[in-house]
Design a protein around this ligand. Structure first.
Ligand code: ADP
Length: 485
């Protein structure tokens, strides 16, 4: 049996700020338990729910490098063993992330503590699967600082990029200080770009933890095939295209799945009326009425209802939505928004909700339960992201028979099949050029189809609901990769 250790900074059900937590929470459960013993190691945040903290059992504690405390605690949840790295100084506070400057130090500590703890916890992984920049130093430490220790020899590493925008980047001076890595790691081509302006003093060069993870790991994966291709180009790589192109033989895109028990309109306890593909049409209207009530909109089951459930950041294409809000409000439609993030977009949705209270309604905040009702009650979900590594929103929307309207990019391109009226195929609507007018054009088309060709709409919603976006297919691909190592 192969032993696999996931290293990540967040994981459902313990702590979540985005899609990374969903993936780390559900992928281990979906791997073949007869072939893989998969465990997960996380920081032990003070903000973790009390009910989990109460169940923790101590595994060991020690001084790393003879000076810094590391405690390892564990619990078993849903058949998976989770380890937690405990250090009050680093992981106290009300949220998992703070400012980047201090986060760099916290996650450098975390990555080194994970490796330092391995000889003491009774679990020697064959493969370490590191997720995102917060865990990216694990392959770096493993292949430098820990290299001489026979215990670590033969351990293979995979680095998964969930979003290349976040890289853990600072100057060499600071990163050397917080990581304690040898100087060889900060030469061009390692944590430092080969295109670094070398006329600057060495301490001022830019160094990037994620780059280190990509350079030092055996394999690199990301969360959709299109994104794996896109990040090899300067437009999407945020400065890492050189190393990703260099490593392309060992770069693979595997699309994320969703947890189909959590996201199941037939059993979902957070929606007004459960449904499946046979009775979705009328049941979705009942959910829509409840949704309108919750969002203080006039109740009418026939109004074409668009929804956005999202972090409110530049990535999510909300500048395109901004450009068409007045136009949308002229139509007989609803727009429902649930999200939080940048002030600019929070205020934009607040403004339009008060300007058009009968048509547009936004709740600013994070509300998992309410998101279920939105997916069940809306007709179409907007996901016009400027870039999208995979995206879970559109997968959930498909499962709930709410058709996604998406920018044809990254994971959105790989998971939403554009409507083709001649062939009677497709599961949503997509546009290629990143512009408000193209987005509006797709919304117009969707609205027209919903109203004027309802049978076509229903057929498309059925196709969407029947698709399988569970982990079944993708977990097989990860298993194949683990086998090949
Ligand atoms: P990202 O990881 O970039 O935020 P994804 O589409 O991969 O985007 O994942 C977003 C997940 O977070 C989805 O499950 C979505 O339903 C959920 N989500 C986003 N914003 C909110 C919110 N304000 N309230 C509840 N759930 C949210």
């Amino acid at each position: 049996m192969k032993k696999v250790l996931f290293v990540a900074s967040e994981c459902v059900p313990f702590v979540k700020t985005g899609g990374l937590a969903d993936v780390v929470g559900s992928l281990p459960k979906n791997l073949d338990k007869n072939k893989f013993d998969t465990r997960v190691i996380l920081p032990q945040y003070q903000c973790m729910k009390e009910k989990y903290k109460e169940r923790l059992k101590s595994v060991c504690y020690f001084q790393m490098d003879n000076r810094i405390y590391v405690g390892i605690n564990t619990l078993v949840e849903d058949g998976i063993t989770y380890y937690f790295v405990d250090n009050n100084q680093y992981f106290s506070g009300s949220k998992p992330y703070f400012d980047l400057f201090s986060d760099l130090e916290r996650f450098a500590y975390f990555s080194k503590a994970v490796l330092s703890a391995l000889p003491l916890i009774g679990f020697r992984p064959d493969i370490i699967h590191a997720h995102d920049w917060q865990a990216a130093l694990v392959p770096v430490y493993l292949n430098t600082v820990f290299q001489g220790d026979p215990f670590f020899q033969g351990i293979r590493t995979i680095m998964t990029i969930h979003n290349i925008r976040f890289q853990g980047c600072w100057n060499v001076g600071h990163l050397r200080w917080v990581t304690g890595l040898p100087s060889e790691c900060f030469q061009p081509g390692k944590l430092v770009s080969p295109y670094q302006d070398t006329s600057l003093p060495w301490d001022e060069w830019n160094a990037t933890m994620l780059r280190g993870g990509i350079v030092y790991s055996d394999w690199v994966t990301t969360v959709s095939e299109s994104y794996a291709y896109e990040i090899q180009t300067p437009a999407f790589s945020d400065g890492l295209d050189d190393i990703l192109k260099w490593r392309r033989e060992r770069l693979m895109g595997i699309v994320n799945g969703i947890d189909c028990q959590v996201w199941n309109p037939k059993t979902d306890q957070f929606i007004a009326k459960n449904y499946d593909v046979r009775n979705f049409w009328n049941s979705k209207k009942e959910n829509k009425l409840e949704l309108q009530k919750r969002f203080n909109l006039p109740q009418n089951g026939d109004i074409f209802t668009l929804a956005i459930v999202s972090r409110l950041t530049d990535q999510k294409g909300l500048d395109l939505v901004d450009g068409i809000m007045d136009e949308l409000a002229r139509r007989n439609i609803n727009l429902i928004v649930l999200g939080s993030g940048d002030q600019r977009y929070e205020n934009m949705f607040r403004y339009f909700s008060s300007k058009y209270p009968n048509k547009i309604s936004a709740k600013i905040g994070y509300d998992e339960e309410l998101s279920h009702l939105i997916y069940a009650g809306c007709d179409a979900c907007l996901v016009p992201s400027a870039f999208e590594p995979c995206g879970l929103t559109q997968l959930i929307a498909l499962r709930y028979g709410s058709l996604p309207i998406v920018h044809e990019i990254g994971g959105l391109k790989d998971t939403v099949k554009p409507y083709n009226q001649y062939e009677g195929t497709g599961t949503g609507f997509s546009f290629q050029g990143y512009s408000s007018s193209e987005l509006l054009d797709r919304i117009n088309h969707a609205e027209w189809l919903y109203r004027e060709n309802t049978n076509e709409w229903k057929a498309m919603a059925k196709r969407a609901m029947k698709e399988d976006w569970s982990w079944t297919n993708s977990s097989k691909k990860y298993e194949g990769l683990y086998d090949s190592l």
